[in-house]
Design a binder for this molecule. Structure first.
Ligand code: AKG
Ligand code: FE2
Length: 355
C-alpha cells in the first residue's frame, strides 16, 4: 500500500472516456455531445418536494456556545452536512485564496495543461477523478493540491509562482486547525475522548492528518439543463470543508426529500461528512451524497479542503461505539486503501467494506 497520499492512485490510474482531447469550456457556444448528459431532465432535476426551497441545510454559528454543538450533531445525523459561520477563517484569507484560484483557471488551456494531473497521480490540473464512472463529461475543470503545490505552480507561472504557494499553504494551515476543531465537536458528542483516538496525537490535535485542496471551476454553460458540473458522489474523506463563490450550484441529497440546493451564505463554509467519518462513527454520521449543477449566468468557483487521517492509520468503527447491540459495521481500512477501492467500486465502496 502507498505510504503517501499523493501515491494513492498509482495502482488505480484514472480511465477517461472521450478524454483524448481537452475542450476549452470557456469558449464553447454550444453544448458538445460529449457533455450532453440527458434528454430526459426529470432524473436530475430538483425534487418536486423542494420546489419552494423549504428544506434548508442548517447554518450554524460556531460561536454559539449554548446551541452550536447541539445543532452540529443534529445536522450530522440528519443531513450529513451543514454550513458554519464564525468559523475563525478570515474573509481576507478566503478572498485571497479564491483570487488565486480564479487567476489559475483564467490561464489559457495550453498553459494549464502544462500542470496536467498525471493519470496515476493525485495533484495537478484536470477533470474530476470520478469522471471515469460516467459516460459523459462534466462541465468543470479542477486543480488538486496534495502537499506543496510548488512543482505544478512552477509550470503555470515560471517567473512568479511563490504567491500562489504562499496563499495555498496559509489556507491549508488554517483549514487544518478548523477541521480538527470540527472533528472534536462531532466526536465528543458521541462520548469519544482524546484517549480513544491515539492517532489524534498527544494533544489530540490531529497533527499527522493528511489533506488535499481541490480547486474547482464551473464555467458559464450554454445549455445548463442538459449538463452536469459534478456528478453525484460522496467524499472519500473524514470531512470536507467547502467554500463556494456567490453562485448556487451545490446540491445535497436527502432520502425522502430529494436534491436540496445549498445557497451560498456570505462568509459561511459548508461542511460535508465523508465516508471515513461514516466508518469511524459506525454509521452514526452518514456521509452525504452531493453534486453540482451549472448555469448560463455566472462562472462558479469552489474550494474543497479534503481532510483525512494519517495515511498509515487504519480507520474502523470506534470501539466505544460498538457493543453487543451495535456490532461494527465496517472492516478497517486506511485512507490510501479506501481511495484505491473508490476508484474501483465508486458508489459501492462503503458497502463493499460492510462486515
Ligand atoms: O463545487 C462544489 O460545490 C462541490 C465540490 C465537491 O463536491 C468536491 O470537490 O468534492
Ligand atoms: Fe465532493
Amino acid at each position: 500500500m502507498p505510504s503517501r497520499l499523493s501515491d494513492s492512485f498509482v495502482t488505480h490510474p484514472v480511465f477517461q472516456h472521450n478524454l483524448n482531447q481537452y475542450l476549452d469550456l470557456n469558449s464553447l457556444e454550444e453544448l458538445p455531445d460529449s457533455h450532453a448528459w440527458i434528454s430526459d431532465l426529470d432524473e436530475y432535476s430538483s425534487s418536486p418536494d423542494d420546489i419552494h426551497g423549504q428544506f434548508k441545510l442548517p447554518v450554524i454559528d460556531l460561536n454559539d456556545s449554548i446551541n452550536g454543538r447541539k445543532h452540529v450533531v443534529h445536522a450530522c445525523k440528519t443531513w450529513g452536512a451543514f454550513q458554519i459561520t464564525n468559523h475563525g477563517i478570515s474573509n481576507q484569507l478566503i478572498g485571497k485564496m479564491e483570487d488565486a484560484a480564479r487567476k489559475l483557471f483564467s490561464l489559457p488551456l495550453e498553459q494549464k495543461l502544462k500542470a496536467e494531473r498525471p493519470k496515476d497521480g493525485a495533484g495537478g490540473y484536470g477533470p474530476f477523478r470520478i469522471s471515469s464512472f460516467f459516460p459523459k463529461r462534466m462541465w468543470s475543470e479542477g486543480f488538486t493540491i496534495v502537499g506543496s503545490p510548488v512543482q505544478h505552480a512552477r509550470k503555470l507561472w515560471p517567473e512568479d509562482y511563490s504567491a500562489f504557494c504562499d496563499v495555498t499553504d496559509e489556507y491549508q494551515n488554517e483549514m487544518k486547525k478548523l477541521a480538527g476543531k470540527l472533528m472534536w465537536i462531532m466526536l465528543e458528542a458521541l462520548g469519544i475522548t482524546k484517549e480513544d483516538i491515539k492517532w489524534a496525537g498527544p494533544n489530540g490535535q490531529f497533527e499527522g492528518s493528511e489533506a488535499a485542496l481541490q480547486l474547482n471551476s464551473y464555467p458559464v454553460c450554454p445549455d445548463p439543463d442538459r449538463a452536469m458540473g459534478l456528478a453525484d458522489h460522496t467524499d472519500s474523506t473524514l470531512l470536507t470543508i467547502l467554500h463556494q463563490s456567490n453562485q448556487t450550484g451545490l446540491q445535497i441529497f436527502r432520502e425522502e426529500i430529494g436534491w436540496v440546493t445549498v445557497p451560498p451564505v456570505e462568509g459561511a463554509l459548508v461542511v460535508n461528512i465523508g465516508d471515513l467519518l461514516h466508518i469511524l462513527s459506525n454509521g452514526s454520521y452518514p456521509s452525504v451524497l452531493h453534486r453540482v449543477t451549472v448555469n448560463r449566468e455566472q462562472h462558479r468557483f469552489s474550494m474543497a479542503y479534503l481532510y483525512g487521517p494519517p495515511n498509515s492509520v487504519e480507520i474502523s468503527p470506534l470501539s466505544k461505539l460498538v457493543d453487543l447491540h451495535h456490532p461494527p459495521l465496517y472492516r478497517p481500512v486506511t485512507w490510501s486503501e479506501y481511495l484505491g477501492m473508490k476508484a474501483k467500486f465508486f458508489h459501492n465502496t462503503l458497502s463493499s467494506l460492510r462486515i
